[in-house]
Design a protein around this ligand. Structure first.
Ligand code: IPM
Ligand code: MG
Length: 360
């Protein structure tokens, strides 16, 4: 099979980690007789520096023509980088929002689970973490506050900023369906998270989720207010299977969930539309403080590449092989610095890539 993949190395540690993922994909391709065709595009700060904008229309066209997109990370230090002196629509993050919208990537899957081998890194008390946890946050990605009308106006001699949160029934329905479909393949529980005690958009969310739930009698559904969910994530994370939520709540809760695992450098994500097309990226950011030092953890990106093989190409066996290689490398005691603990073998980003290739 020929796999046409657009890569977005991006900023910070992005290029280093994407290189390792490419290496691992090449190793898988060699093993199973596939052909990887990688085309790089610029996005974020790298694109601002080269083209004066965070994402060009040509770059979008290249991404659209591919079967899938594999991304590293974008953005720099928000207090020191000159990118953040630009107006908001010219900053690195605007490129990410633009590609999400342009490719209609409305379903953002963010798994968060506790690795047995890394359980010591979990910041929760042992009495809580010993139960283990394995959840998937299904975040709506192209609606809500992120894409609502916004403006800053002057009123009565002072500035006033307005952001609007809108959701239509169809936007809620399509992400709810994705949530229930994936729950069916997991432990069959959906926790829909909203703020229905305050927001109209949340009340509509709850109504539509209940309608969709009626089509999935085998899946248990519960509703949880977002503030309570933030609390439950540290109190009893084992209760969650699929967390289904809107854009902003999902942004915040997914950071919390990944922190609770203690190993954000291990967590992958996928952003999907209604076809097989998807954009795959690690859940972590661009870590500009350690960029270029070859010490970043490439595993989240490598696992994102595995998700890509699974969801965009239906290559389940190949994805299993990558995930197996990750587990094996951990069992063999290799750790990048972010997940290092005493007695383990500390390796660089590129060494980790090589070790994974060997195990593939
Ligand atoms: C994320 C990031 C983005 C978001 C930023 C960089 C715009 O935090 O993917 O979670 O808020 O969606
Ligand atoms: Mg975020």
């Amino acid at each position: 099979m020929v796999l046409n993949i657009t890569c977005i190395p991006g900023d910070g540690i992005g290029p280093e980690i994407v290189n390792q993922a490419k290496k691992v994909l090449e190793a898988v391709a060699k093993k199973y007789g596939h052909e990887m065709k990688f085309t790089d595009i610029l996005m974020g700060g790298a694109s601002i520096d080269a083209c004066g904008e965070p994402l060009t229309d040509e770059a979008i066209a290249t991404a659209k023509a591919a079967d899938a997109v594999l991304m590293g990370s974008i953005g720099g230090n928000t207090s020191t980088s000159p990118w953040y002196k630009l107006p908001p629509e010219k900053r690195p993050e605007a490129g990410l929002l633009k590609i999400r919208k342009a490719l209609n990537l409305f379903a953002n899957l963010r798994p968060a689970y506790l690795y047995e081998e890394l359980a010591a890194a979990c910041p929760l008390k042992e009495e809580i973490s010993k139960a283990g946890f394995d959840m998937l946050i299904m975040r709506e990605l192209t609606g809500g506050l992120y894409f609502g009308e916004r403006k800053t106006v002057e009123e009565n001699g002072e500035l006033k900023a307005i952001d609007t949160l809108t959701y239509s029934e169809s936007e809620i329905r399509r992400i709810a369906i994705k949530g229930f479909e994936i729950a069916r393949k997991r432990r069959k529980k959906v926790t829909s998270v909203d703020k229905a005690n305050v927001l109209d958009s949340s009340r509509l969310w709850r109504k539509v989720v209940n309608e969709v739930a009626a089509d999935y009698p085998d899946v248990t559904v519960e509703h949880m207010l977002v503030d309570n969910c933030a609390m439950q994530l540290v109190k009893d994370p084992a209760q969650f299977d699929v967390i289904l939520t809107e854009n902003m709540f999902g942004d915040i809760l997914s950071d919390e969930a990944s922190m609770v695992t203690g190993s954000i450098g291990m967590l992958s994500s996928a952003s999907l539309n209604d076809t097989k097309f998807g954009l795959y990226e690690p859940s972590h950011g661009s870590a500009p403080d350690i960029a270029g030092q070859d010490i970043a953890n490439p595993i989240a990106t490598v696992l994102s590449a595995a998700m890509m093989l699974r969801y965009s190409f239906d290559l389940d066996k190949e994805a299993d092989v990558i995930e197996g290689a990750v587990r094996q490398v951990l069992k063999d005691g290799y750790r990048t610095v972010d997940i290092y603990s005493e007695g383990m073998k500390k390796v660089s980003c590129s060494e980790m890539g090589d070790l994974l290739c060997e195990r593939v």
